[in-house]
Design a protein around this ligand. Structure first.
Ligand code: ATP
Ligand code: MG
Length: 137
């Protein structure tokens, strides 16, 4: 069993499609082990995306991620990290396969609806960023 971190980003929360996105995870066999709605501070977003600090889009990414609340969840299941990435689709929604979350709900590479951990190692770090062990069942 793997665990991975999902973030439903401010654009998708504003579109009121949180339930539709969480349903896709459940339909694909992932279980919601923890979930909550959070308003990130600038310091939170900078720390979470620290790996991208030197990228040209970093400032825009941080501004976008604090533009409204997000819904963070721990998803659990077989092969959860890759399964979740497949459900999300490509980073740029124009390149995302039909039927993926980003193809259906994202408007641009900035406002791209969801985040998902890209490895088991990063999943552990990202889950720890948002949840204590006692919050995950
Ligand atoms: P995420 O980490 O949000 O799940 P990802 O792993 O598909 O997305 P990353 O390469 O980790 O993509 O980039 C993190 C986020 O930074 C992307 O989701 C996107 O919103 C933004 N981003 C990435 N590349 C670009 C770019 N070339 N221009 C603008 N924004 C970008
Ligand atoms: Mg990433």
């Amino acid at each position: 069993m793997e665990q991975t971190l999902s973030i439903i980003k401010p654009d998708a929360v504003a579109k009121n499609v949180v339930g539709q996105i969480l349903s896709r995870f459940e339909a694909a066999g992932l279980r919601i082990a923890a979930t909550k709605k959070v308003q990130l501070s600038q310091a939170d977003a900078e720390a979470f995306y620290a790996v991208h600090a030197e990228r040209p889009f970093f400032k825009d990414l941080v501004s976008f991620m604090i533009s409204g609340p997000v819904v963070v969840s721990v998803l659990e299941g077989d092969n959860a990290v890759l399964k979740h990435r497949d459900l999300m689709g490509a980073t740029n929604p124009k390149e995302a396969a039909p039927g993926t979350i980003r193809a259906d709900f994202a408007d641009s590479i900035d406002a791209n609806a969801v985040h998902g951990s890209d490895s088991l190692e990063n999943a552990k770090i990202e889950i720890g960023f948002f949840f204590a062990a006692r919050d995950i069942y």
